[in-house]
Design a protein around this ligand. Structure first.
Ligand SMILES: [Zn+2]
Ligand SMILES: [Zn+2]
Length: 239
């Protein structure tokens, strides 16, 4: 039973189709995380402590902003700004640059190190990646123990570049040498075939701009660009 709870989201990611099952899983987690942030959770102390410290990445600021709970976003941003102002006040007060030889590059400084850290941290990204890591573990568990997942992999349209690379790297850690070889024998041709399929679809998309092709059938190329963006950049764009 417990096993089933973990395998459901992985199976659903494959069932949703598209250019990458793991991007489907990511998208579901992202939606849940943003909804959760703007539910009653933003009033909880431990979550507010974390959002005050980490803030959000540009993409997730945008996601939060377009939701309807502007008060929730406002309250989170207010205390996050308070937190930054307190830290920055102290850092600016204490900052005494070392004397460095001319033309020698300085090795960072506490003010830009602090700002870089905040710019690269995001509460929502952290929350998603912790769960996605568990899904990757579950996927390899399924690969070892549940033959159905192999059929799901064979029948999918490959993975986005990022998740393909993750599967190649993680498979090496999580599978025995024999299982890993078998995994690669399926994964590598599958990914290359699907990248070539997409290359052809995008090519036909561009060929359709030629007036001689105006009345020819789009085939599967009409939404080739948004699908190519998912494949190349793990991102979903509206058609
Ligand atoms: Zn992906
Ligand atoms: Zn983020």
């Amino acid at each position: 039973m417990k096993e089933k709870i973990y395998t459901i989201p992985v199976n659903e990611g494959f069932e949703a189709g598209g250019e990458c099952p793991f991007c489907n899983m990511y998208k579901g987690l992202e939606k849940d995380a943003v909804d959760y942030m703007l539910g009653p959770s933003y009033m909880e102390d431990d979550i507010r402590m974390e959002t005050n410290r980490l803030g959000f990445c540009p993409k997730h600021y945008k996601h939060l902003y377009i939701q309807q709970n502007r008060l929730g976003v406002g309250l989170m941003m207010h205390t996050h700004l308070q937190n930054i102002n307190n830290n920055l006040e102290k850092l600016c007060r204490d900052y005494k640059p070392d004397k460095k030889p001319l033309f020698k590059k300085a090795e960072g400084n506490p003010i830009s190190d602090y700002i870089n850290n905040i710019s690269n941290s995001c509460y929502v990204c952290n929350k998603i990646s912790a769960t996605l890591e568990r899904y990757i573990d579950t996927f390899f568990y399924m690969w070892k123990n549940m033959p159905e997942i192999r059929e799901s992999v064979k029948n999918c349209r490959g993975f986005c570049l990022d998740h393909f690379s993750l599967l190649v790297a993680e498979g090496q850690n999580k599978l025995s040498a024999g299982d890993y070889k078998e995994f690669l024998d399926i994964l590598l041709p599958l990914e290359q075939e699907n990248l070539k399929r997409l290359e052809g679809e995008v090519e036909w998309f561009t060929d359709k701009f030629d007036y001689r092709n105006k009345d020819k059938d789009w085939g599967t190329s009409k939404d080739a660009l948004p699908r190519a963006i998912t494949k190349l950049a793990s991102e979903f764009v509206e058609e």
